[in-house]
Design a protein around this ligand. Structure first.
Ligand code: C5P
Length: 220
C-alpha cells in the first residue's frame, strides 16, 4: 500500500470534497474533511448557546466540543457527543455561522492540532482537504494541491448540490460571501511554494480526479 499524505485546499464549490474522497478510494487511503470539523464545532457552539461575538467563548467551544469524525471515504459521519450531526452540519444556519469559528485564530489552533493527530494516526496514509492543509496543517505532505475554479463554475456546482432550489443571490452569498470571510484568516486563493494549482472550471469530475491522481502518483 502506498504511503502518502495528500493535502488539498480550495474555495467552496471547487469540488475538493468529491475529488478528495475519490482519490482516497482509488488509493485506499483515509479521508479527512476538515471543514466538517469546523462545522461540527459550530453546531456544538450553537447548541450550547455560545456567544459568537466573544472569541474566548468560541475557543472554549472548540476545545470542549466532543467531535468524532470518520476517515472512511465510503462511510462518512460526524458525531458530537454521541449525536449524529452528519446532516445537521450542512444546514444553511450552520453554514452561515461557521466563519465565526473559523476566523478565531486560537480556535483554529485547537482544530489544527487535532487534524495533525488524525493524519499521524492514519500512518500518513490520508487525503486531507480544507483551506489551510497545504500551508498550516500538513505543509510536509508529499502531494500538495490547490483546486480552484471560476466563480461561475463554483456557483453552478453548489446550486446543483442543493438541488437547484436556491436563488442566485443566496447562492452567491453562500459561495462568494463565505470565501470572502474565510480568506481574512487563511489564504487559499494563491498557492504557497511547492503547491500545484489545478483549475478545474472546464473539467468534468472524472477529468479532475485523473489530473489530481497524476499529481499524487508523481509525488510518491
Ligand atoms: O469545506 P467546507 O465548506 O465544509 O468548510 C466549512 C467552513 O469551515 C469554511 O467556510 C471555513 O470557514 C472553515 N474551514 C476552515 N479551514 C479548513 C476547512 C474549513 O477555516 N481547513
Amino acid at each position: 500500500p502506498i504511503q502518502v499524505v495528500v493535502a488539498i485546499d480550495g474555495p467552496s464549490g471547487s469540488g475538493k470534497s468529491t475529488v478528495s474522497k475519490e482519490i482516497a478510494r482509488r488509493l485506499n487511503l483515509g479521508y479527512l474533511d476538515t471543514g466538517a470539523m469546523y462545522r461540527a464545532v459550530t453546531w456544538w457552539a450553537m447548541h450550547e448557546g455560545t456567544d459568537f461575538a466573544e472569541p474566548s467563548a468560541v475557543v472554549e467551544a472548540a476545545r470542549n466540543a466532543p467531535v468524532e469524525i470518520s476517515t472512511d471515504p465510503d462511510h462518512q459521519f460526524v458525531r458530537v457527543g454521541g449525536t449524529d450531526v452528519t446532516d445537521a452540519i450542512r444546514t444553511p444556519e450552520v453554514t452561515s455561522q461557521v466563519s465565526s469559528v473559523a476566523t478565531v485564530p486560537a480556535a483554529r489552533e485547537v482544530l489544527v492540532q487535532r487534524q495533525r493527530g488524525i493524519i499521524a494516526d492514519s500512518g500518513r496514509r490520508i487525503v486531507a482537504e480544507g483551506r489551510d492543509i497545504t500551508t498550516v496543517v500538513a505543509p510536509d505532505a508529499e502531494a500538495r494541491i490547490l483546486l480552484v475554479a471560476s466563480e461561475q463554475a463554483r456557483m453552478n456546482r453548489r446550486g446543483a448540490q442543493l438541488g437547484g432550489s436556491q436563488d442566485a443571490e443566496a447562492l452567491r452569498q453562500q459561495v462568494v460571501g463565505r470565501d470572502a470571510k474565510d480568506s481574512t484568516v487563511v489564504n487559499f486563493s494563491t498557492a504557497a511554494d511547492g503547491v500545484v494549482t489545478l483549475d478545474n472550471s472546464e473539467l468534468t469530475l472524472e477529468q479532475s480526479v485523473t489530473a489530481v491522481m497524476d499529481l499524487v502518483l508523481r509525488a510518491v
